[in-house]
Design a protein around this ligand. Structure first.
Ligand SMILES: [Mn+2]
Length: 327
């Protein structure tokens, strides 16, 4: 006789560090939290590849392996979008009052159908691991060092090691999870290590100093055709740091050349009042006031530079208008 209660935990397709670590950490702590011997937790994860080792020894399953299992409750971690869920069929097989959601994403077009009291959503959290860690710490649940380490990994992986979208709360929680500086540095080194393709791209970036005296840092990357789609590769924060504007050159222009097409990223420092968004729009693009992008198709590098400098001239009326607001 099987009187077990099966709780499945699922997450998104193409899972990342936060997805895997939130799913496994929750699966490891749930039996303790619920304190019920009948509970059997089944973490379900698409085959995944993390850039480094985590510390969970918990067995997890792919969808094929749980086909014949009875699922009584379901918890979705780190995704609130119908299309992106790995295991949406299981989700739909469980009655609405037995569906739960833990996530940190903002709204989207196709939200999952979950009762509002079963939703634990906090878009202010940097990651789902932060939501789980915050809950466990607040409720003073016992968590092993390994689980704390894993939750830290999840937080680090969604924030490029705490360089993006973190609040003071995220940092406070991260400090509790892994307080050892050396260990944090090790994680950072492993997490921020570029892969070979990224290293190759990085080395191909050239700085054009021609406009430095005008306050513009200009960079150029000519992408070898065989590299295919490089969007994901360029997300590594090293590219952003390399091409960042600086005090003496408050605007940066990063031109990415793929065959005869050009994608241009414009950035400026906060106290520069040149309207680079106008520039981006003039270059067939758009974005935010201090980070925006434009594009030109079927043209040449020289043409692109000419167009940008022309537009830049229009916007600044031939003069540089860099106001130093710092007192
Ligand atoms: Mn996440």
């Amino acid at each position: 006789m099987n009187n077990k209660i099966n709780i499945a935990i699922i997450t998104h397709k193409n899972c990342d560090g936060d997805a895997v670590m939130s799913t496994l950490s929750l699966a490891e702590t749930l039996p303790n939290i619920l304190n019920d011997k009948k509970i059997n937790v089944i973490p379900i994860i698409e085959k995944h590849k993390l850039p480094f080792e985590h510390k969970s020894k918990l067995k997890y399953y792919t969808l094929d392996e749980v086909n014949d299992k009875q699922i009584d409750y379901i918890i979705v971690c780190d995704v609130n979008e119908q299309d992106r869920v790995y295991g949406i069929d299981i989700f739909n097989k469980v009655p609405i009052e037995k569906r739960f959601l833990i996530d940190h994403h903002d709204r989207n077009r196709q939200e999952l159908e979950v009762l509002s009291q079963n939703k634990f959503i906090n878009p202010k959290s940097c990651s789902t691991c932060e939501i789980i860690a915050s809950f466990l710490l607040n409720k003073k649940h016992k968590i092993s060092n390994d689980i704390m380490y894993n939750l830290y990994l999840g937080m680090a992986s969604d924030t490029f090691c705490f360089q993006r979208s973190v609040t003071s709360d995220s940092l406070r929680i991260a400090n509790i999870l892994v307080s050892d500086k050396q260990e944090r540095n090790n994680i950072k080194d492993k997490l921020l290590k570029m892969n070979l393709e990224q290293e190759k791209l990085y080395k191909l970036i050239k700085e054009n100093k021609r406009f430095e005296k005008d306050g513009i840092r200009m960079f150029n990357l000519s992408v070898p055709i065989e590299m295919g789609d490089i969007t994901k590769l360029l997300k590594h924060p090293s590219f952003d740091s390399l091409t960042a504007p600086i005090e003496s050159c408050p605007i940066s222009i990063f031109i990415i050349e793929i065959e005869n097409n050009y994608f241009i990223k414009f950035k400026k420092i906060d106290n520069c009042d040149i309207d680079i968004l106008k520039l981006a729009i003039a270059c067939n693009g758009g974005g935010h006031s201090n980070r925006c992008a434009g594009r030109f198709y079927n043209t040449s590098y020289d043409e692109v530079i000419k167009k940008i400098i022309n537009e830049y001239g229009n916007i600044t009326k031939g003069k540089l208008k860099i106001k130093q607001l710092s007192v």
